[in-house]
Design a protein around this ligand. Structure first.
Ligand code: NOJ
Length: 576
C-alpha cells in the first residue's frame, strides 16, 4: 500500500449552481466560489470537486455538456475559472473537475453533425440503431424514466440515451471519440487542474448484442443495466485513458460507478492495474431502496449499512482505495436520512461525520453537510426543478395512478433537490445565497441553520468537521490503519477499530436516539484516551472500556495502545 497525497486528503464537493451567487441573478457562479475559498480553507479541506461548470443547455444542470472547453455563461468566463484555479492553489486547495463523457448534450457540435445524416463522419460518434418492428432497438428504461431510445424522424433511426433524451450516449467503440476525449482531458490538465471525478464512467462500454432487459413487476420497461454497467471493454478503455493521459500527471481520479461490486471496485482501483484511484459505489445508497429503485421508501437497517460498508473496507484493504461519502448532489441529506434532523440534528450530524471519516478511504463532504443541512419538503411539484423527480412524478401519477401524496412523499425523502437547495450562508433573506430570486427555493430553516451561525458557535457541526479533518492530518492511523468491524449484528451501534503500528483507534457510533450500553469485553488498555467526541457528559475513566453507556447519537473515538505496546496482526480487542 503506497502513501499518496490523495489518500491523505479530504474532498469538498461544490455544486456551483447552488453554492454562492455573486451577481444577483439567482444562480451560483464562479466568482461566488472565489469569495468562499477562505471559508473552505478554514474548514481545512484539501481538494474541491467542482460539479460541471461547462457550457450546457442545462437539461440536467450541466451534466449535459455542449462544449467541454467553455464555461457556462451563467457561471462566468474562462478568465473567472483561471482565477479560481489560481486562487485555490494559492491557498493549497486543489481543484478536481467533473468529467462527463458517457454522454454529451444533444446540442454538442458532435451530435449536431452526427444527427445531420447517416453518412456524416460524426455519425458513429453516438449509438444509432434501427428499430425492431416499429419498436425501439431494446426495451431498456432510461435512468430518468421512459425508454433509453429516441427516434429521429429525419434519418429513421434511434439513438441511445441512458439519461435524458438531451443526453445522447457517446460511442466509445469509436477510437476517434476516445482520442477526442483524451485530448480534451489533456487540455484541462495542462491548465493545471488536479484531477477528475468521472460521471457514470462504468457505463461507457455497452454489450454489443444489445439484448432486452428483464421487466420487473410494476415496471413498463426492461432493466438494461446488466448490458451497459461494467461492460466488456470498460477496463480496456480506462487502462488506455490512464496510459494516454492520466499517467503523465500527478492527479486524483474517482469514477462514479452505479452497480459496481467490491470485486469490480478492486479491479478499477488496484494500483498495479493502472486504471483509476477510487470509485464511488452505490451499495450503501441503495440500502433504503426497493422495487421502485431509489423511490421505494422501505426504511433501512443499521446491520445492512454496516455489512455493506465493511465489505468494501475489507475487500479494498490490500489493493485499491475507498472513497467515503454520505452525500452528493444526487442524494438526500444524510442527517435526514440516517440521522435525526429534529431533536438531534447537530449531534447526529457529528456522529455521521465521525462514522464516515474514521473509516479507511478518502472522505468527501458535500456542500452544507458541514452545517448539518437537512432535506426540504416543498408542498407542490411546481417548486421542484430536478428532471428526475419531475419525470417520475409525471409517470407515476399519470401512467400508474399513484396518488400525489404518495409521490410527493417519495420526492421529499429521496429527490435530488434535497441536496440542491441553495447553500445557507446566513440568516439574511435567501440564506445569503443571492440578492435576487434563487433558481430553486432556499430551505426555510436557513434562519437557524447557516454558516454564519455555525462559525460563531464553538459547538457547531462546522467546528466538529474541522476537528475531524485535523485528526486525519495528525494521525496516520486514520489514513492507513487497518479496519476491523466490531459488534457486527448490533442494530444500534456502529463500532470498529483502525490499527496501525502500535496504535488502535476505537470508533463507537450510536445510530439511535436512545442510550446504548456497549459491552466491550473485559479489557483494560494502556493509554486509553478520548481523541474526539460529540458527547455532552464526560467519560469517567476512558482507559476502562469494558462497559460503556453511549448517549443518544454519541460518537466517540478512543486512541488505545496495543497490549504491551507489541505489534501484532490480529485484532487486539476481544470485543463481543
Ligand atoms: C450522475 C450525476 O451525478 C447526475 O447528477 C447526472 O444526472 C447523471 N450522472 C447523468 O450525467
Amino acid at each position: 500500500m503506497t502513501k499518496q497525497w490523495w489518500k491523505e486528503s479530504v474532498v469538498y464537493q461544490i455544486y456551483p449552481r447552488s453554492f454562492n451567487d455573486s451577481n444577483g441573478d439567482g444562480i451560483g457562479d464562479i466568482p461566488g466560489i472565489i469569495e468562499k475559498l477562505d471559508y473552505l480553507a478554514e474548514l481545512g479541506i484539501d481538494v474541491i470537486w467542482l460539479s460541471p461548470v461547462y457550457d450546457s443547455p442545462n437539461d440536467d444542470n450541466g451534466y449535459d455538456i455542449r462544449d467541454y472547453q467553455a464555461i457556462m455563461d451563467e457561471f462566468g468566463t474562462m478568465e473567472d475559472f483561471d482565477q479560481l484555479l489560481n486562487e485555490a492553489h494559492q491557498r493549497n486547495l486543489k481543484i478536481v473537475m467533473d468529467l462527463v463523457v458517457n454522454h454529451t448534450s444533444d446540442e454538442h457540435a458532435w451530435f449536431v453533425e452526427s444527427k445531420s445524416s447517416k453518412d456524416n463522419p460524426k455519425r458513429d460518434y453516438y449509438i444509432w440503431k434501427e428499430g425492431k418492428n416499429g419498436q425501439p432497438p431494446t426495451n431498456w428504461e432510461s435512468a430518468f424514466s421512459g425508454s433509453t431510445w429516441q427516434y429521429d424522424e429525419a434519418t429513421e433511426e434511434y439513438f441511445l440515451h441512458i439519461f435524458s433524451k438531451k443526453q445522447p450516449d457517446l460511442n466509445w467503440e469509436n477510437q476517434n471519440v476516445r482520442k477526442d476525449v483524451y485530448d480534451m482531458m489533456k487540455w484541462w490538465l495542462d491548465k493545471g487542474i488536479d484531477g477528475f471525478r468521472m460521471d457514470v464512467i462504468n457505463f461507457i462500454s455497452k454489450d454489443p448484442e444489445y439484448p432486452d432487459g428483464v421487466v420487473h413487476e410494476g415496471k413498463k420497461y426492461g432493466d438494461g443495466s446488466p448490458y451497459f454497467m461494467n461492460g466488456p471493454r470498460v477496463h480496456d478503455y480506462l487502462h488506455e485513458m490512464n496510459r494516454e493521459v492520466l499517467s503523465n500527471y500527478d492527479v486524483m481520479t474517482v469514477g462514479e460507478m452505479p452497480g459496481v461490486t467490491p470485486e469490480e471496485g478492486k479491479l478499477y482501483t488496484a494500483e498495479r492495474r493502472k486504471e483509476l484511484q477510487m470509485v464511488f459505489h452505490f451499495e450503501h445508497m441503495d440500502v433504503d431502496g426497493g422495487e421502485l429503485g431509489k423511490w421505494s421508501l422501505n426504511g433501512w437497517k443499521l446491520a445492512d449499512l454496516k455489512r455493506i460498508l465493511s465489505k468494501w473496507q475489507y475487500e479494498l484493504e490490500e489493493e485499491g482505495w475507498n472513497s467515503l461519502y454520505w452525500n452528493n448532489h444526487d442524494q438526500p441529506r444524510v442527517v435526514s436520512r440516517f440521522g435525526n434532523d429534529k431533536a438531534y440534528r447537530k449531534k447526529s450530524a457529528k456522529m455521521l461525520g465521525t462514522c464516515l471519516h474514521m473509516m479507511k478511504g478518502t472522505p468527501y463532504i458535500y456542500q452544507g453537510e458541514e452545517l448539518g443541512m437537512t432535506n426540504v419538503a416543498f408542498e407542490t411539484i411546481d417548486r421542484y426543478e430536478d428532471l428526475e423527480s419531475l419525470n417520475m412524478y409525471e409517470e407515476r401519477v399519470n401512467d400508474f395512478g399513484d396518488s400525489i401524496e404518495e409521490v410527493m412523499e417519495r420526492i421529499h425523502h429521496k429527490g435530488r433537490d434535497n441536496a440542491r437547495t441553495p447553500m445557507q450562508w446566513s440568516a439574511e433573506e435567501n440564506g445569503g445565497f443571492t440578492t435576487g430570486t434563487p433558481w430553486l427555493g432556499v430551505n426555510p430553516n436557513y434562519k437557524s441553520i447557516n454558516a454564519e451561525e455555525a462559525l460563531a458557535d464553538p459547538d457547531s457541526v462546522f467546528h466538529y468537521y474541522q476537528k475531524l479533518i485535523q485528526l486525519r492530518k495528525s494521525k496516520e492511523t486514520v489514513v492507513y490503519g487497518r479496519f476491523d468491524l466490531l459488534l457486527e449484528d448490533s442494530e444500534e451501534v456502529f463500532a470498529y477499530t483502525r490499527t496501525y503500528g502500535n496504535e488502535v483507534l476505537l470508533v463507537l457510533c450510536n445510530f439511535t436516539g436512545d442510550e446504548q450500553e456497549v459491552h466491550l469485553g473485559d479489557i483494560h488498555q494502556e493509554g486509553g484516551e478520548v481523541i474526539l467526541t460529540n458527547r455532552e457528559g464526560t467519560i469517567k475513566d476512558p482507559s476502562s472500556l469494558a462497559r460503556m453507556t453511549l448517549e443518544p447519537y454519541e460518537a466517540t473515538v478512543f486512541s488505545l495502545r496495543k497490549n504491551g505496546g507489541q505489534e501484532s496482526s490480529t485484532p487486539v480487542l476481544p470485543f463481543t
